[in-house]
Design a protein around this ligand. Sequence first.
Ligand code: IVH
Length: 716
Amino acid sequence: MAARAKKTLTPVDQLTKAQAKVELTRLSLEISANDERYYQKDAPTITDAAYDELRRRYNAIEARFPELHTQDSLSLKVGAAPSGKFKKVRHAVPMLSLDNAFADKDVEDFAARIRRFLRLDENEQIAFSAEPKIDGLSMSLRYETGELVTAATRGDGAEGEDVTANIRTLEDVPKKLKGRHVPPVCEVRGEVYMTKAAFLALNERQKAAGDTIFANPRNSAAGSLRQKDPAITASRPLGFFAYAWGEMSEMPADTQSGMIKWFEHCGFTTNPLTKICHSVDELLAFHHKIETQRSHLDYDIDGVVYKVDRIDWQDRLGFVSRTPRWAIAHKFPAERATTVLRDIEIQVGRTGALTPVGKLEPVGVGGVIVQNVTLHNEDYIKGVGNKGEELREGRDIRIGDTVIIQRAGDVIPQVVDVVIDKRPKSARPYHFPKTCPCPLHTEIVREETATGEEGSRARCTGEFACPFQKIQHLMLFVSRRAFDIEGFGEKQIEYFFDQGWVKEPADIFTLEERNGRLKLEEIEGYGATSVRNLFAAINERREIGLDRFIYALGIRHVGETTALQLARGYGSWASFHEACLKIARDDEQAMAEMDEIDQIGDTVVKAVAAYFGESHNRGIVERLTKHVKIRDAEKPKQNTAVAGKTVVFTGSLEKFTRDEAKAQAARLGAKTAGSVSKKTDYVVAGPGAGSKLAEAQKLGVKVLTEDEWLALVGGG
Ligand code: IVH
């Protein structure tokens, strides 16, 4: 819960310069990390609205303290550098970003700024091209003598990824430009998107196959485009709207609207809602109209864009840092809808955590039908302890209530308010169950917080005897980051479990030898090929690295990173297993040894003790290890310049990612830490390093640049 609680931030106009500096560093790290998750991994973890808020605060601080503006200011960056999977392409003309307007006043200011800059007379009208802002991925298509030669993503604005082979599979992208007078070099820019219907259908297929579920159409478009195999892109229906240009050896028109017509002549699709407006009032009316149409459109939009129509004026207006003065994006607030809460059900997670899920009267929010909403925990429903959460403070939620839900750029919606006026007399306060809904009906306990108080999360005490938890564990076991068994998704696991064919991980590895009896190929919709593929996928995973194996065991508090630390700490399954069994018998020395491993603490030691203390779990592990070969972890080297040293990486590293840096340090026998102390041997500081760098200087810890670090480790 704590992670979601909002921090109280000092208003920008009350920050001292020193605080502003620290705050800029913090925001810059947070924004960069979110950019990386959004642009490179196609997996954002915060809503678009929350991201915009970070950016807004960053810009406001920079505007108040221009002297803190540096060369690596985020306001000079767009997106994130390419991910390295594809060849890089340098854009002939950089692909820039748009400034955002949220309030009507921002649009008035935008128009007034243009008028002032161009020294226009009051009576002179400015024509604007008003267009929907498509929530997809921007793309630059380069045509030479009319032929498509390169398609590149935006990347960091200067350099993108070469996705030509994939883009060629899109129907909306002409391979050859139509028309007789095509300039020798044309770069057509626009947005690649996936329709909402295609996104929902794709997620259904992904779910059935046990594959990645995309959070929203934008991520599924990005994921579909970043395929190494163009045949996969071809199987995903992607669209493209043309709305801008890069390098042009000749300009075929002198207005934005003229360019859009020319794109259509060439064979492109342009957005049919685009309209010329002549005043701020018309722009605001356009914004309003498109917002009312938003949920009926078959593609996601997150606002509208206004562009000065005359290109000679665009040229005169130019750019401020990385955004044009002649255009602005007028964003929409997160989409909301009102519906009725029909019921509340309890879901049991892998570790037995109980989550109340609100069952809604189905309602469309942003084109996605929403039927479920998370209600977090008992206190949240009662309206206590939801301070700083998304729900209005002090509201309790009852079955039968009319609730306002919000979908903010991702699929998991939230309840933001209860319409008290509409609360029917029959509305029932919800009584959180005292026993788990699993067939064991075990007692529910409320977890303790770190300080020993009663927490808000309820848990089933059935552990691995609870069938719900068994299924959840099997799902974790086959998931991508654990055993990664392709074609084994939620549906298959549930079915196999219900049939009694797979009750625990070891059963997966004996499926093939039992198939003479089971005859999986006779199950409806399965067929001989899928069965063969499933067995092949299982057989490929009979050998596995120690870190993945530990993660796949599903020990509470042992996520991927912890599993990796444990694997590195013990080196082999035999020594890890032996230590775990000793810990389960309260062997103090074994406990202390585990505690000493970098980043492992008391919580993990206790969780290991609880897991291996259960004979049921020991049995599961013993049976499983008969079927798989567990590879030893890579041993850290001992005779290197940094062996035994403690290193802190800070700032936005440019030569390697933070994960790469940590992995390299670990390979060379160094420990990495998250904060600087007297025990730190080196602080490796990239651009934008803030408080950690200051701390290192204060404590006299040696500070290295990325190059100095590389020189020290000899390229690693
Ligand atoms: S014009 C100089 N027009 O929004 C900027 N962008 O934040 C040229 N976008 O990177 C961009 N719909 O991915 C423009 N009708 C539209 C757009 C649009 C979506 C995206 C585009 C761009 C981002 C800017």
